[in-house]
Design a binder for this molecule. Structure first.
Ligand SMILES: *Cc1c(COP(=O)(O)O)cnc(C)c1O
Length: 375
């Protein structure tokens, strides 16, 4: 029995006929860019997320860049975000000559610590870019309040959280990506909704911002060959949209399967030196990653289970403020103690829509035998 971090082969085998037929449809239509399949997927995704506008694009990094461009930020404007995320989150901020301003994360949720945001707001702050890391929403209600009080825009990086939700104190529930001015998604193959190549989307409930983002994604033009603003070329191709439209129908059950697998991991991993993922009551964790905190030698566990053929990953081994590319921002070790501590403690286990209990018994058995013999 082979255990993988993500098992796209088995997932494909289960929906092969539908996927193959839909791809064939696109090939026979010869409409490979834009066209009805892309439109249909955008409409279906808008319905799934309960959001007004979906602008498909080339990938999740482009989605962030286009959203930032659509907000008309000026060089030197500050964007508050987290140092504990994938680099794409801040790369686009830096590329547009904006300034990423980091706020440390919450030890339990791995997400930006909302209580520390206010202290980082200056006269140049224009936006907050929360990341719903590993499939769990940030604490959005207080974050939205801060944004409102200080007239800041919100871009949610929801690349890892498609289908996650958040419930306000008034009982209203919203999907990840639909609570800010913009939400951005990635359809990288291993994401909870992944295509067979690159893909992404920008979503918003604001019609003006939607139009602006759409124009930017299409070379800055509304009418072909007439260019109002400097744009980019970022498209979701029709074959990827075909794959996504089929898989979108299964997304809810894929996420439910991940949650069940997480429940089973929780049950099996009752080990003193290991903390299983925290799940606040007002949001559903959709487990893009199932990430443990290891009190002790994390790398020794990783190596031990690897020797038994069990993969695991460290997301993320180096915080962004300590990456060579971003040292120019002037941060140093010790500036974000929680994020730095997490980078030494986290360990993500195999997690996907096809994971079964037999595999999980093997994985958790290996971790338990390590703990028993080396602790
Ligand atoms: C995957 C990911 C992205 C980038 O998506 P791509 O489609 O690979 O460009 C951005 N932010 C986060 C948090 C991600 O996990």
């Amino acid at each position: 029995m082979e255990i993988r971090m993500v098992d796209l082969a088995t997932q494909y085998a289960n929906i092969k006929e539908e996927i193959d037929n839909k791809i064939q449809e696109v090939i026979h239509s010869t409409i490979f860019i834009n066209g009805p399949v892309v439109k249909e997927f955008a409409t279906n995704l808008a319905n799934f997320l309960d959001v007004k506008h979906v602008i498909p694009c080339g990938n999740g990094t482009d989605a962030l860049q286009i959203a930032l461009m659509a907000l008309d930020l000026k060089p030197g404007d500050e964007v508050i975000t987290t140092p504990f995320t994938f680099v794409a989150t801040i790369e686009t901020i830096a590329l547009l000559q904006l300034k990423p301003v980091f706020v440390d994360v919450d030890y339990k949720t791995f997400n930006v610590d909302v209580n520390q945001i206010k202290d980082k707001i200056t006269s140049r702050t224009r936006a907050i870019l929360p990341v719903h890391l590993f499939g769990l929403c940030c604490d959005m209600e207080p974050l939205q309040q801060i944004a409102q009080d200080h007239n800041l825009k919100i871009i949610e990086d929801a690349a890892q959280a498609i289908g996650a939700n958040y419930t306000n104190t008034n009982g209203n529930t919203s999907m990840a990506g639909t609570m800010g001015d913009f939400g951005t998604f990635s359809f990288f193959p291993s994401k909870n909704l992944g295509c067979y190549g690159d893909g992404g989307a920008i979503v918003t409930n604001n019609s003006e911002l939607a139009e602006k983002a759409q124009i930017i994604a299409k070379h800055g033009s509304k009418v072909k060959y007439y260019h109002q603003i400097v744009g980019v070329n970022s498209r979701l191709d029709a074959i990827q949209a075909a794959v996504l439209d089929v898989k979108l129908k299964y997304l809810k059950s894929y996420n439910e399967h991940r949650i069940e697998a997480a429940d089973y991991y929780d049950k099996c991993l009752n080990i003193e030196t290991i903390t299983t993922p925290y799940r606040p009551k007002n949001r559903n964790h959709i487990f893009h990653q199932y990430t443990l905190k290891v009190d002790g030698d994390r790398d020794a566990i990783k190596d031990y289970i690897k020797s038994l053929g069990i993969p695991s990953m460290v997301y993320y081994p180096v915080c962004l403020h300590l990456q060579p590319a971003y040292l120019y921002l002037g941060y140093k070790e010790g500036d974000f103690p929680i994020a730095e501590k997490l980078s030494k403690e986290v360990l993500s286990l195999p997690m996907h829509s096809e994971l079964n209990q037999l595999q999980q018994d093997t994985i958790t058995g290996a971790i338990k035998s390590f703990s028993a013999s080396y602790a």
